[in-house]
Design a protein around this ligand. Structure first.
Ligand code: PEP
Ligand code: MG
Length: 556
């Protein structure tokens, strides 16, 4: 039966396809005792599941090729390890079910690996993945992690962590729907980076059955379950129309009366560069370098590896501006070698610049790598610090940049209300500001950005957030410096108009949003942008602010 579910639309467009759920962690199988006569049957089940999982891993390896193939083949060997299988079989003989035998035998082997030095300890995650696959097969539940599918699908999940999303095949994922997460969560950011429609904070997302056909409208936040063929055709036609209208938008970002607002891309590494160029990004406003560090969260990537990745991004924008953010580890982006495991409240703990100042060697290596990467290139490299709280933070960061011999502009991200309120003081130490509205909303409203139930408070249209943005932009204007926005707020076309009216000097966003923002900004004069901003700030809620801006812009 056709029905509509409503969440928060965070990435434009319409996706129609079958639901595939992100497999959740495998539950511990019950430790019930099985009768002795069932042992041979359980052993055969275990053997068959192991063989099927190994064959599947090898097949996926053949498809993937390269380094991934070697990893998947090593996992297939783990699955078939004769000693491990003998232990499973022994456990079944003394009364375990197939799934429990596999679960316990892998746990024993895991403990051995974990205590056997760095290299083998690093294989524990691979071993857990193999165990989860075998147990899931035996229990008849979806495989954990990214769905195995050869057909394009709409991904449904409770929430997505950066580590999960690194494995997604962008040619297969038509769109995302998540139960948790707000407009600034990783799922939303990733969806925009991939240019696929997404809806987050949809309460019943995990109840929609696997294989159900859905239509996801990433603008309205509506998810149609079992849409009729007629409805599907209608939605496809509307999406095609919108896309065609966008294709006509090109050139630099500006208002209809020529006030320039450079439109920049948010990237996570060289892989995001082609989309940025295709969408006409005038540079990079936020290079989230932590993705480079996620490959192996046990240690920092070498200076050489960093130089290589940074250079690839810098080379892509010969005359453009590329703003690189120093590593932002901690809280929702923990790294084993840097982030304390026992913080009572990681979002309020040692994260961002605080981590870097505690580990100056990590910061110095990164800054040196950036200086080397930019050598001989005409690009305008700029470097900024995440989570700057006050003037002392800004000063310490500027000092570290000078020590590393960086001859670039350095700036501060405004993600903490104190930084917006005292932006003038911060600008005594650095040359530009960049508003990270995702964290700024989180800290202004004391609302965790990962929690779907708090999406209302993370809405970047909240007038209190607009006030803080205005304060930072005014300080930059008064000191003759620039103040961009690189949080997800910049990706909302109507809000981009308001941000321009508030005095923001550049907008950086997931590349797929650039054409929407460019086309909308080009419709209004700077004076209209200012009037819309004033009207939005004069309200008391996000909904009212949105409506007020809309009214000003449509009435003129
Ligand atoms: C932000 O907080 O707005 C921001 C751009 O940084 P991130 O989303 O990576 O925390
Ligand atoms: Mg942030």
């Amino acid at each position: 039966m056709e029905k509509t579910l409503r969440g928060v639309g965070v990435s434009h467009g319409v996706a129609i396809g079958q639901v595939r759920h992100m497999g959740t962690a495998v539950l511990e199988p019950p430790a019930t005792q099985i009768p002795t006569e069932d042992a041979p049957r359980e052993q055969a089940r275990a053997q068959a599941a192991v063989e099927a999982v190994a064959a599947d891993l090898i097949a996926r390896g053949n498809l993937a090729g390269g380094e991934a193939q070697a990893v998947l083949e090593a996992q297939a060997l783990m699955a078939q390890d004769p000693e491990l299988m003998a232990d499973v079989s022994r456990r079944i003989t003394v009364g375990s079910s197939a799934e429990r035998g596999v679960y316990d035998a892998f746990a024993a082997y895991r403990a051995l690996l974990a205590s056997a030095g760095d290299y083998l300890a690093g294989r524990v995650a691979d071993l857990d993945d193999v165990r989860n696959r075998i147990v899931a097969r035996l229990l008849g539940v979806p495989m954990p992690g990214v769905p195995d599918s050869d057909e394009p699908y709409v991904l449904f999940a409770r929430d997505l962590a950066p580590a999960d999303t690194a494995l997604l095949d962008p040619t297969l994922v038509l769109g995302f729907v998540t139960e948790e997460g707000g407009p600034t969560s990783h799922s939303a950011i990733l969806a925009r980076a991939m240019g696929v429609p997404a809806v987050v904070a949809l309460p019943a997302a995990t109840d929609v059955a696997e294989g159900t056909v859905v239509a996801v409208d990433g603008s309205s936040g509506d998810v149609l379950v079992n849409p009729s063929q007629e409805k599907q055709d209608e939605l496809r036609a509307v999406a095609a129309e919108r896309k065609a209208a966008l294709a006509t938008s090109s050139g630099p970002g500006q208002t209809s009366d020529g006030h320039r607002v450079p439109l920049l891309a948010n990237v996570g590494g060289p892989a995001d560069v082609p989309a940025a160029l295709e969408n006409g990004a005038e540079g990079v406003g936020l290079f989230r370098t932590e993705f480079l560090f996620l490959d192996d969260s046990a240690k920092a990537p070498s200076e050489e590896k960093q130089v290589e990745a940074y250079r690839k991004v810098l080379e892509a924008f010969p005359e453009g501006r590329v703003v690189v953010r120093a590593l932002d580890a901690g809280a929702d982006k923990p790294l084993d070698f840097l982030t304390p495991a026992d913080e009572p409240n990681p979002a309020l703990g040692v994260r961002g610049l605080r981590t870097l100042l505690e580990h100056p060697e990590v910061l110095q290596t990164q800054l040196r790598a950036l200086a080397k990467a930019a050598e001989g290139l005409p690009v305008h490299l700029e470097v900024m610090a995440p989570m700057v709280a006050d003037r002392k933070d800004a000063k310490d960061f500027a000092q570290a940049c000078r020590e590393a011999g960086l001859e670039t502009k350095f700036g501060a991200m405004v993600e903490i209300p104190s930084a917006a309120l005292r932006a003038r003081a911060i600008l005594q130490e650095v040359e530009f500001l960049s508003l990270g509205t995702n964290d700024l909303a989180q800290y202004t409203f004391a609302a965790d950005r990962q929690v779907g139930a708090l999406a209302r408070l993370q809405d970047p249209w909240q007038p209190a957030l607009l006030d803080l943005i205005a304060a930072a932009a005014e300080a930059a204007h008064a000191t003759g410096k620039s103040c961009g926005v690189c949080g997800e707020a910049a990706a909302d076309p109507l809000l981009a108009v308001v941000l321009t009216g508030l005095g923001v000097t550049s907008l950086s966003m997931g590349s797929a949003s650039i054409p929407y923002v460019r086309a909308t900004l080009a419709k209004y004069t700077l004076a209209q942008c200012r009037r819309a901003a004033e009207a939005a700030r004069a309200t008391d809620s996000a909904e009212e602010a949105r409506a007020a801006a809309q009214q000003v812009l449509s009435g003129e």
